[in-house]
Design a protein around this ligand. Structure first.
Ligand code: ADP
Ligand code: ADP
Ligand code: MG
Length: 761
């Protein structure tokens, strides 16, 4: 039996027991040897050596003792040998086992190595794959990031588009409202036409009723006529009867008359007979009596006859008068019938005519309705087109602005004035009429040499203030949309700067850009209010004279401005807003309030003018309006600024020919104007350093010049031949400015709330 190696075990003192003394134990190899056949004893190396080296002192011993000792020694040696033999067998066994184990282990090791190399290969391939994956993922990530940025960009674009869509929506709503109003007015017209139609129908029915009444009357009169005719026939019959009767009576009368005549003759004959017979009177008294009675009878009869005839003549007269009357009534009735028939005909005519006119009206009405609906359709179509066109125009306008950079230049030539001392013959300024430069070109003739310039717009002397404003109104509108807008008037003294900017504020035709812009802003504010926009406006006005700022709205008198320049220190904050310390800023709610402020500023300027030698033309006038808009519906906010600037006269030093204070003024002006051009050209060249600080004017306007604002320069030119040199200088400067591209205008909008009060700039 083999025990496992026991390196750390304590050496067992087995041989000492065998040896019977204190010798160290026997060790074999590194491990201890033990055998069951050795009686559980173990032998260390030292123990074996001690056993071999043992020399027992046997000199004095007997042989038997010696033999015993030797036997004992042999016995122990044998035991030792046996033990070692056993141990050897064990070791051989163990060795075999170990060899087997080793082989097995080697095999396993080889297997493991194979496995390991396979695994390693696998892992390498996995690593390669992972690396590939990693690079793919990195690529994907980069792509996604670019996608994200493009999405962000498109989001911003979409936001912009949404804003513009909102604006267009607003205008569409307005149009819609107008269309609805028109529609309602058309409806009203229709209803009024309907009313008229109804009334006409009523009139028609009235006329028909009247007609039927007339016809019934006609029938009645016909009947009456018939009746009258019948009566007339009866009367005529009666009359003929009466005539017959009368005739018979007359016949009778005639007979009676003849008989009376006969009797008269008889009487005469009788009378003659009486005369003859007078003598025989007595004789013929009886005869006479009889005859007289006869005469009496006859006379009564005659009287009776006479009475009868009288009666009959009276009756006849009566009858004739009656017949006459009847005839008169008959004729009058027939007259009436005639009249009534005429009337009826007229009424029928009228009816026909009214029917005709009703029909005409109806057809006219229908036609009108058709035309109306057609017009409405066309109106809607036109409105749609208008909206589309307007949005397209706006887009194109903005695109053009973006393409051109933000400084635009207009040129305005004022008319020749009486003071200019020149007639129209000596024309130095002309305007090309070729179609491509129409309204954009200007030519100056100097010493027979022609100088041509092209600007964004050229206003001829006949252009009105309204014409100029129409071109600028879009720009003014952008201030409400949140842009910074800056409009300069540039030119020599007397070229029309003040006329262009201010004009005659009170008048209708002659007021300048400033009053017109304000009116437009307040009007737009009113209309935008319906879309949920609420605007706050703040106005300040200042003048820069000899590099010194003067507050034109201060309630203190000008003397107090001499406190020092520290009072009006200009500061810009991170948002691109400008503050001028101590400057009066006034909240305004209507253009009337602003007009009041303008007149106050003008007064304040004119006070300066008398005191400071026509300061107005020697100073820059800066009108600033800050516009803050909040849309309660969409939570959108915009901050726009409108700067309107009447610059000092740009004439050069030599022309002024000045000395002393005048010289100082002119130098200050020249410095600020040349600083202005330096700034503009530095911006155009995209130079790192832009010399804003070289003058008060440029420093004040820094946020409005630098890149994200909309700037317009109106170059004023006098057509007077005496001003030709200055005009040329102005136009050259303007042309250089016009060639500048400065940047893209940017709106200042936000969606989260900001401080209600905001700063200058
Ligand atoms: P500036 O301000 O450049 O010195 P003004 O505006 O004072 O020049 O103009 C000088 C004169 O010319 C004024 O009397 C003004 O009324 C007149 N004027 C300028 N422009 C015009 C114009 N477009 N139409 C009529 N008169 C003008
Ligand atoms: P600017 O606008 O450059 O300051 P002004 O306003 O002083 O120039 O005027 C420029 C010219 O316009 C003057 O020289 C003058 O001839 C003329 N002008 C301006 N206002 C008047 C006026 N009220 N009456 C007569 N002429 C005027
Ligand atoms: Mg002026």
């Amino acid at each position: 039996m083999v025990r496992p190696a026991n390196g750390g075990g304590k050496p067992r003192q087995v041989l000492s027991e065998v040896n019977g003394d204190q010798e160290p134990g026997i060790r074999v190899g590194s491990g201890s040897v033990a055998g069951s056949d050795c009686g559980g004893f173990e032998f260390s190396k030292e123990g074996v050596e001690a056993l071999l080296n043992e020399r027992k002192i046997t000199k004095n011993m007997s042989l038997k003792e010696k033999c015993d000792v030797r036997q004992d020694y042999i016995k122990r040696l044998r035991m030792c040998v046996k033990c070692f033999q056993e141990h050897e067998v064990e070791l051989l066994l163990k060795q075999e086992q170990d060899v087997k184990k080793l082989e097995f282990a080697e095999k396993r090791c080889g297997d493991l190595e194979m496995l390991m190399s396979q695994k390693e290969e696998e892992l390498n391939s996995i690593i390669m794959e992972l690396r590939k994956n990693c690079t793919a993922l990195q690529e994907k990530f980069a792509k996604e990031e670019s996608e994200k940025s493009s999405a962000l960009e498109s989001l911003i674009k979409e936001k912009d588009a949404r804003l513009s869509a909102e604006r267009s929506h607003v205008s569409v709503m307005e149009e819609l409202e107008r269309a609805q109003r028109e529609c309602s007015s058309a409806n009203e017209k229709i209803s009024s036409l309907n009313d008229m139609y109804k009334r006409l129908q009523e009139y028609n029915t009235g006329l028909q009723q009247y007609n039927s009444k007339l016809q019934s009357e006609l029938n009645q009169t016909h009947e009456a006529l018939k009746h009258a005719e019948k009566q007339k026939a009866i009367v005529v019959e009666n009359l003929s009867n009466l005539r017959g009767h009368c005739k018979s009576l007359q016949d009778q009368l005639n007979a009676a008359k003849t008989s009376s005549n006969e009797t008269m003759k008889l009487k005469e004959a009788l009378a003659s007979e009486v005369g003859r017979l007078r003598l025989d009177l007595q004789q013929v008294r009886d005869d006479r009596d009889r005859v007289s009675t006869q005469v009496q009878d006859l006379s009564t009869e005659v009287s009776k006859y006479k009475e009868w005839t009288g009666k009959s003549t009276a009756e006849l007269g009566n009858l004739t008068t009656k017949s006459n009357e009847l005839e008169a009534t008959c004729s009058s009735q027939s007259n009436m019938i005639k009249k009534l028939q005429e009337k009826l005909a007229a009424a029928e005519n009228k009816l026909e005519m009214s029917d005709l006119s009703a029909f005409e009206i109806r057809t006219g009405y229908e036609e009108q309705q058709r035309v109306n609906s057609d017009l409405q359709l066309r109106l809607a179509d036109a409105e749609l087109k208008l909206v589309e066109g307007e949005s397209l125009r706006k887009k194109l306008h903005n695109t053009i602005l973006e393409l051109k950079g933000n400084i635009r230049v207009f040129c305005r030539v004022r008319p020749l004035l009486f003071d200019d001392g020149a007639d129209n013959e000596s024309k130095t300024v002309s305007f090309p009429t070729t179609t491509d430069n129409m309204g954009r070109g200007i030519e100056l003739l100097q010493n027979g040499q022609k100088h041509s310039f092209i600007f964004d717009k050229v206003f001829v002397p006949e252009s009105s203030q309204e014409d100029v404003f129409v071109e600028v109104s879009q720009l003014v509108q952008s201030a409400l949309d949140g842009y910074k807008v800056c409009i300069f008037a540039y030119g020599q003294t007397g070229s029309g700067k003040t006329h262009t900017m201010m004009g005659t504020p009170g008048s209708f035709d002659d007021k300048g850009l400033i009053p017109r812009s304000l009116e437009q802003i307040f009007e737009s504010r009113q209309t935008l209010q319906n879309q949920g926009w609420k605007y706050d406006m703040q106005v300040s006005m200042l003048e820069i004279y000899n590099e010194t700022i003067r507050d034109l709205l201060t309630t203190n008198r000008p003397g107090s401005t001499e406190l020092g320049t520290k009072q009006y220190a200009i500061k810009h904050d991170a948002n691109g807003n400008t503050h001028v310390s101590d400057l009066t800023v006034v909240d305004v709610r209507s253009s009337r309030e602003v007009s009041f402020l303008l007149s106050r500023a003008a007064q304040s300027r004119s006070v300066g003018k008398t005191q400071m030698n026509e300061q107005s033309s020697r100073s820059h006038f800066v009108f600033t309006m800050r516009i803050t808009g909040v849309n309660e519906g969409t939570e959108q906010q915009v901050q726009g600024v409108l700067n309107l600037i009447d610059l000092a006269g740009s004439e050069r030093l030599s022309k002024s020919g000045s000395t002393g204070d005048r010289l100082k003024e002119t130098q200050a002006i020249n410095k600020s104007l040349s600083s202005l051009s330096d700034v503009i050209f530095a911006l155009a060249k995209k130079e790192e350093h832009v010399p804003y600080r070289n003058s008060k004017l440029t420093y004040l306007l820094q946020p409005c010049l630098g890149g994200n604002s909309k700037t317009l320069m109106v170059v004023n030119v006098s057509p007077a031949p005496s001003s030709l040199n200055e005009s040329l200088c102005s136009l050259r400067f303007a042309a250089r400015v016009n060639a500048c591209e400065i940047g893209t205008p940017r709106r200042q909008t936000s969606v989260k709330p900001f401080d209600a009060r905001f700063s200058y700039g």
